[in-house]
Design a protein around this ligand. Structure first.
Ligand code: TXA
Ligand code: MG
Length: 330
C-alpha cells in the first residue's frame, strides 16, 4: 500500500472517513488526548486490522469510542457512580471499564475476550464528527506502533503507521497530549488502571478516594499496562536537575544555564498542562535529532504530573526482552 499522507479534517473528509469505516477501513484521527487508530468496533475483521497494523498483542483490549452516555449504555451496564463520572467528565479524557452487555454487537476481539469493555466519549470535534458519520462505535487505540510514543500530530501518525492506514485525518496538535485516564468502576468501587489526561484530584472530587488496581479483588487488571511502553529509541534518565556530558535535556521550567547540548523546553513556565501537551513531541524530536541519551528534569507528581511521570517511568525501562520490560506491571 502506498503511504497515506495526512488530509485536512474538513466536513468532506469527515464524511468520507465515516463511509470508509463502515466499509471496514482503518482511519487515524485526532482526539483531544492523542491521535487514535479507529475501526468499526462491530466488525471482527476491521478490529483485527488494528492489532495487525500496530503489532499489538491480542490480549491487550481496545477502548471503544461512542458519541454520548446513551451510546455507552447500549454497550455496557453503567452503575450510578459511573453515571456520575460520565456526567462530570464526558465528553473528555476519561475511559470507563464497565461490565459488557452481552449481545451489544461489539467484536469480542476489541475487548480481548474479557467480560468488561472500556468506553469513552471523546471531546475532539473531528473524532465526535467521525463517530456520528460512521454511525458505529469506534475501537481506537493510540495511532502508533505498539510500545512506542503516542502521536500528538498527524505527522507523527504518518511516520509510524503511514504505510498501513487507509486515511489520516489532520486536526492539528492534540490539546491534552497524554492518553485518557482509565478507571474501572464496579459497584461503588473505582480503581485507577491508568493515570492520564484527567487528574486524580478531579476524579476524587466526584468519586471519592480511588483504589489502585490490584488493591481489591473487585478491580479488573489492565492487560495493556506493560511495564515498558511509550518508549522512544533513546535511553532516558529521569529526575535529572542537569544533563551530563553527551545527554540531551528535557527541561521543565527554565533550563539550567549550564545546558549547552540539545534541549527541549516542555514548559518554560513550569505548567503541567503545557508540559503534558508537549512531552511526546519533545521525545520524538530528540529521537529524530539522533540523541542516544536524554536526561529529563524532575516533574512534580501532583495533578497531570502523575500521568507524565507514569509515562516517563515506562519509557525509561530497559529494553531487554527477557527482562522486566516484558512483564506486566501487575
Ligand atoms: O486517550 C486515549 O485513551 C487514546 C485515544 C485514542 O482515545 N487511546 C488509547 O488507547 O490510549 P490504548 O489502546 O493505547 O490504551 C487503552 C488502555 C490499555 O492500557 C488497555 O489495556 C486498557 O485501556 N483497556 C482497554 N480495555 C480494557 C478492559 N476491558 N479492561 C481493562 N483495561 C482495558
Ligand atoms: Mg497506546
Amino acid at each position: 500500500m502506498s503511504k497515506a499522507a495526512p488530509r485536512l479534517a474538513d466536513e468532506t473528509a469527515i464524511a468520507a472517513a465515516g463511509r470508509m469505516l463502515r466499509a471496514g477501513a482503518l482511519v487515524a484521527l485526532p482526539t483531544e488526548t492523542v491521535y487514535g487508530l479507529a475501526a468499526d468496533a462491530t466488525q471482527d475483521n476491521a478490529v483485527g486490522r488494528i492489532f495487525a497494523a500496530k503489532g499489538r498483542p491480542r490480549f491487550n483490549p481496545l477502548i471503544v469510542h461512542v458519541a454520548d452516555l446513551e451510546g455507552a449504555r447500549a454497550l455496557c451496564t453503567v452503575p450510578p457512580l459511573a453515571e456520575a463520572l460520565a456526567a462530570a467528565f464526558w465528553p473528555g479524557p476519561l475511559t470507563l471499564v464497565l461490565a459488557r452487555r452481552p449481545g451489544a454487537g461489539i467484536s469480542a476481539l476489541a475487548s480481548a475476550g474479557l467480560d468488561t469493555l472500556a468506553v469513552r466519549v471523546p471531546a475532539h470535534p473531528v473524532m465526535a464528527g467521525v463517530i456520528r458519520a460512521a454511525g458505529r462505535p469506534l475501537a481506537a487505540p493510540s495511532a502508533n506502533p505498539s510500545g512506542t510514543v503516542s502521536p500528538t500530530t498527524a505527522a507523527h501518525v504518518a511516520e509510524g503507521l503511514g504505510g498501513v492506514v487507509d486515511l489520516i485525518l489532520d486536526g492539528g496538535p492534540c490539546r491534552v497530549g497524554l492518553e485518557s485516564t482509565v478507571l474501572a468502576v464496579k459497584g461503588d468501587t473505582v480503581s485507577l488502571l491508568r493515570p492520564g489526561g484527567l487528574t486524580r484530584e478531579q476524579i476524587e472530587a466526584v468519586a471519592g478516594p480511588l483504589c489502585a488496581a490490584g488493591d481489591t479483588g473487585a478491580a479488573p487488571r489492565s492487560p495493556g499496562q506493560l511495564a515498558r511502553h511509550y518508549a522512544p529509541r533513546a535511553a532516558l534518565r529521569l529526575n535529572a536537575p542537569v544533563p551530563e556530558a553527551g545527554e540531551a535535556f528535557i527541561a521543565f521550567g527554565p533550563p539550567p544555564r549550564s545546558v549547552t547540548g540539545p534541549c527541549r523546553q516542555i514548559s518554560a513556565a513550569g505548567d503541567l498542562g503545557e508540559a503534558a501537551a508537549n512531552l511526546f513531541a519533545a521525545l520524538r524530536d530528540l529521537d529524530a535529532a539522533g540523541a542516544a541519551h536524554i536526561a529529563i528534569a524532575p516533574i512534580p507528581s501532583e495533578g497531570l504530573g502523575e500521568a507524565i511521570n507514569d509515562r516517563l517511568r515506562r519509557a525509561a525501562l530497559g529494553r531487554d526482552p527477557q527482562g522486566p520490560a516484558e512483564q506486566k506491571i501487575r
